[in-house]
Design a protein around this ligand. Structure first.
Ligand code: BES
Ligand code: MN
Length: 461
């Protein structure tokens, strides 16, 4: 077989089988009881990289043995050729049948051209599309004109703390002319989109306490500021009535939405609205009135309350006055916002508005990532666009994605150029029940990566 495109087409069924094999491994990075599964997947990926003909592959353990990296290299194009780095993550979010799954979350199930499984879209789709594209190249007579590095992370879903330290300590291991960050979603099964921005993130926990222990609400109620009530009062003051974040300083460094953004994102709006109607389906749209849906989702920062906990929530009633309550909060950031500075603004604001009737305390997970914005007119994105057009037969539109891939900003420091290639869908329900992909997107993704490697090799990257 002398052509990688053809090779990929003739091996679709085997590729799908292998993808399903990876999906069965419960690579939940946030749950320590799955550390062995994460480690097993890293070894599985290393073995695969060697099997498909990469020169070297290794598993790099992270501190405390957590969430290893699987790295692979092929240097057959020679020293003078450019190097492309492909990054994906193989860890996944937790999943339980009770969350609302119609099938076993870790048993891949194919139905009507779709594959259902935790990790199907986020992000084993990307791991496998890219590895199978590399395999298709290395199995062909015609070899790639670029050297290839593959970095597969096992800790993305829990904040990427260790990989960033690894890059900082060994920048040469990830250095490349082009880094392809492969994660996220396109707009519709037959409408590819090219992600030219990702939001950053910062996180904190707010703990509120008042009495030293849970109390009888009859004995003491009316004399103590209930921590759940105090927490709610604080949380209610983090946004104004127009949907904007009311933390002083929060918007200080926010890069403006430019006329170019507006023009590009306008094309995305109908697709995103359709996705919103399907996936979100809330009674009404909410948010900053001055910005349309794609701008709210990709170009504006947010503050989100992710969870709140306190008191008694079991069966029956319990007349308790709880001792404590807490909330988990994250902020999505846009270019120029510094995660630490934003975190400080939020903390200072909460300290200012917190009543003196309760104690407040903060916990920080150490998670922080800056937003990225790529040059849509750059050579790398032009090649990526051409690769999508080749694989889908339709030109991509340009989108700023709302999610975060913490390594991206770090990659920009060690790579000449960066692109983000996504093959999943928002309606693929990443992080939720019934996560799925369209099988066709897997096959198209493989063709797109093959083409991208081709174009970069021709010096078009
Ligand atoms: N695949 C997502 C990132 C993503 C989501 C990119 C939507 C583009 C659009 C990734 O796996 C993810 O979920 N990242 C986390 C990072 C966090 C845990 C630091 C996120 O965005 O919440
Ligand atoms: Mn994810």
């Amino acid at each position: 077989m002398n052509n990688p495109y053809q090779y990929a087409k003739s091996n679709q069924q085997r590729f799908l089988d292998e993808y399903q094999e990876l999906l069965r491994i419960r690579t939940i990075s946030t749950q320590p009881q799955h550390a062995k599964d994460v480690a097993r997947a890293a070894e599985w990926l290393k073995a695969m990289m060697l099997r498909i003909g990469m020169d070297r592959a290794e598993v790099i353990l992270m501190p405390e043995g957590r969430c290893p990296l699987a790295l692979g290299e092929w240097n057959g194009a020679g020293e003078d050729a450019p190097t492309i780095l492909i990054y994906c993550h193989y860890d996944v979010q937790p999943a339980e049948v009770a969350d609302g799954w119609d099938t076993e979350p870790f048993e891949p199930t194919i139905k009507d051209g779709r594959l259902f499984c935790r990790g199907a879209v986020d992000s084993k789709l990307h791991v496998m599309s890219n590895l199978k594209a590399v395999e298709s190249w290395l199995a062909s007579e015609e070899k790639p004109k670029v050297n290839i590095k593959v970095v597969l992370e096992g800790e993305e879903e829990s904040g990427s703390e260790n990989i960033n330290a690894f890059i900082a300590a060994h920048p040469e291991r990830l250095a490349a002319d082009i880094a392809m960050i492969s994660d996220g979603a396109i707009l519709a099964p037959d409408q590819p989109s090219l992600t030219y921005g990702l939001r950053g993130i910062t996180a904190l926990e707010l703990h509120v306490s008042a009495p030293v222990s849970d109390l009888h609400s009859g004995h003491w109620g009316g004399s103590v500021h209930n921590p759940i009530q105090a927490l709610s009062e604080i949380l209610a003051q983090l946004h104004d009535e127009n949907g904007a974040v009311s933390v002083p300083g929060f918007y200080d460094d926010v890069a403006a939405v430019t006329a170019q953004d507006r023009a590009l994102l306008e094309k995305v709006e109908p697709y995103l609205q359709a996705e919103w109607d399907d996936v979100v389906s809330a009674p009404a749209l909410w948010g900053e009135a001055a910005y349309n849906l794609p701008e709210r989702l990709g170009a504006r920062p947010t503050l989100e309350i992710n969870g709140i906990h306190g008191g008694y929530t079991g069966d029956g009633m319990k007349t308790v006055l709880p001792a404590r309550a807490f909330a988990k909060i994250t902020c999505r950031l846009v270019p120029r916002q510094d995660p630490e500075r934003v975190l400080n603004c939020v903390v200072e604001h909460i300290k200012r508005i917190a009543p003196n009737t309760v104690n407040i305390d903060f916990k920080f997970g150490g998670m922080g990532a800056e937003a990225v914005l790529l040059d849509v007119a750059g050579l790398a994105l032009k090649s990526a666009a051409e690769a999508y057009t080749y694989a889908w037969g339709v030109e991509p539109v340009f989108e700023r994605a709302g999610g975060s891939v913490p390594i991206t900003f770090e990659c920009m420091k060690v790579a000449g150029d960066v692109v983000i290639m996504s093959y999943g869908l928002k309606s693929g329900r990443a992080h939720g029940p019934n996560e799925n992909i369209y099988l066709q997107n897997f096959y198209n993704g493989i063709q797109a990566t093959i083409k991208f490697i081709d174009l970069v090799g021709e010096g078009r990257g």
